[in-house]
Design a protein around this ligand. Structure first.
Ligand code: SF4
Ligand code: SF4
Length: 107
Protein backbone atom coordinates (compact mmCIF):
# COMPACT_ATOMS: atom_id res chain seq x y z
CA UNK A 1 0.00 0.00 0.00
CA UNK A 2 1.33 3.40 -0.92
CA UNK A 3 1.22 5.85 1.96
CA UNK A 4 1.54 9.50 1.12
CA UNK A 5 2.31 12.26 3.58
CA UNK A 6 -0.16 15.10 3.61
CA UNK A 7 2.77 17.47 3.48
CA UNK A 8 6.53 17.32 3.42
CA UNK A 9 8.63 18.90 6.16
CA UNK A 10 12.31 18.83 5.41
CA UNK A 11 15.04 18.35 8.01
CA UNK A 12 17.87 20.83 7.48
CA UNK A 13 21.40 20.12 8.71
CA UNK A 14 23.79 23.03 9.04
CA UNK A 15 27.18 21.40 8.58
CA UNK A 16 29.01 24.50 9.82
CA UNK A 17 27.22 24.45 13.17
CA UNK A 18 27.45 20.74 13.96
CA UNK A 19 30.21 20.13 16.54
CA UNK A 20 29.68 16.35 16.63
CA UNK A 21 28.83 16.41 20.36
CA UNK A 22 32.25 15.07 21.20
CA UNK A 23 31.60 11.93 19.19
CA UNK A 24 28.37 11.08 21.06
CA UNK A 25 25.68 12.80 18.99
CA UNK A 26 22.66 13.75 21.06
CA UNK A 27 20.49 14.00 17.98
CA UNK A 28 21.22 10.42 16.97
CA UNK A 29 20.46 9.21 20.50
CA UNK A 30 16.90 10.54 20.40
CA UNK A 31 15.94 9.82 16.79
CA UNK A 32 13.14 7.23 16.93
CA UNK A 33 13.96 6.05 13.43
CA UNK A 34 17.69 5.67 14.04
CA UNK A 35 18.22 7.84 10.99
CA UNK A 36 21.05 10.10 12.09
CA UNK A 37 24.60 8.86 11.88
CA UNK A 38 27.95 10.44 12.62
CA UNK A 39 30.67 9.59 10.10
CA UNK A 40 34.27 9.28 11.24
CA UNK A 41 34.80 12.81 9.96
CA UNK A 42 32.51 15.72 9.36
CA UNK A 43 29.01 16.47 10.53
CA UNK A 44 25.92 14.46 11.33
CA UNK A 45 24.01 13.10 8.33
CA UNK A 46 20.68 11.42 7.76
CA UNK A 47 21.00 8.02 6.16
CA UNK A 48 17.37 8.07 4.95
CA UNK A 49 16.00 11.62 4.76
CA UNK A 50 12.72 10.40 3.24
CA UNK A 51 12.07 8.26 6.32
CA UNK A 52 12.18 11.22 8.71
CA UNK A 53 8.98 11.41 10.76
CA UNK A 54 9.40 15.16 11.33
CA UNK A 55 9.08 14.58 15.07
CA UNK A 56 11.52 17.36 15.94
CA UNK A 57 13.27 15.40 18.70
CA UNK A 58 16.72 15.91 17.20
CA UNK A 59 16.14 19.63 16.75
CA UNK A 60 15.26 20.10 20.41
CA UNK A 61 18.38 18.43 21.81
CA UNK A 62 21.04 19.90 19.52
CA UNK A 63 23.14 22.31 21.57
CA UNK A 64 24.43 24.09 18.47
CA UNK A 65 21.12 24.75 16.69
CA UNK A 66 22.58 22.83 13.79
CA UNK A 67 19.23 21.25 12.96
CA UNK A 68 16.02 22.82 11.73
CA UNK A 69 12.99 22.05 9.63
CA UNK A 70 11.78 23.82 6.54
CA UNK A 71 8.00 24.22 6.58
CA UNK A 72 6.32 24.10 3.18
CA UNK A 73 3.22 26.13 2.29
CA UNK A 74 0.92 23.13 2.79
CA UNK A 75 2.06 23.00 6.42
CA UNK A 76 1.26 26.67 6.86
CA UNK A 77 4.90 27.62 6.84
CA UNK A 78 5.14 29.30 3.45
CA UNK A 79 8.72 28.14 3.18
CA UNK A 80 9.72 29.32 6.63
CA UNK A 81 12.27 27.63 8.87
CA UNK A 82 11.75 26.39 12.43
CA UNK A 83 14.62 26.12 14.91
CA UNK A 84 14.85 25.32 18.62
CA UNK A 85 17.14 26.38 21.43
CA UNK A 86 17.30 25.17 25.02
CA UNK A 87 17.02 28.06 27.46
CA UNK A 88 16.70 27.56 31.22
CA UNK A 89 14.85 24.27 30.97
CA UNK A 90 12.55 25.45 28.22
CA UNK A 91 12.65 25.19 24.46
CA UNK A 92 12.59 28.43 22.51
CA UNK A 93 11.15 27.81 19.06
CA UNK A 94 12.06 30.38 16.43
CA UNK A 95 10.13 30.61 13.19
CA UNK A 96 11.98 32.52 10.47
CA UNK A 97 9.79 33.67 7.63
CA UNK A 98 11.11 33.93 4.07
CA UNK A 99 11.16 37.74 4.40
CA UNK A 100 13.42 37.50 7.47
CA UNK A 101 10.75 38.14 10.11
CA UNK A 102 11.26 36.13 13.31
CA UNK A 103 8.63 34.76 15.70
CA UNK A 104 9.54 33.02 18.93
CA UNK A 105 7.63 30.96 21.46
CA UNK A 106 8.94 29.41 24.70
CA UNK A 107 7.51 26.03 25.71
S1 SF4 B 1 12.92 14.86 13.06
FE1 SF4 B 1 12.65 12.99 14.33
S2 SF4 B 1 12.65 11.28 12.86
FE2 SF4 B 1 13.46 13.06 11.77
S3 SF4 B 1 15.72 12.87 11.99
FE3 SF4 B 1 14.97 14.18 13.69
S4 SF4 B 1 14.62 12.79 15.42
FE4 SF4 B 1 14.78 11.54 13.54
S1 SF4 C 1 23.21 17.25 18.34
FE1 SF4 C 1 23.78 18.93 16.94
S2 SF4 C 1 25.98 19.30 17.32
FE2 SF4 C 1 25.46 17.27 18.18
S3 SF4 C 1 25.95 15.82 16.52
FE3 SF4 C 1 23.76 16.34 16.34
S4 SF4 C 1 23.69 18.06 14.88
FE4 SF4 C 1 25.81 17.87 15.58
Amino acid sequence: MLVRRWCSVTLLINSQRCRRCGGHPRCADVCPGNLLVLPERGHIVSREPDDCWDCGACIKVCPQQALAVSLPPEAGGQGSTLRAKQIAGKIRWTLEHPDGRLETIDL
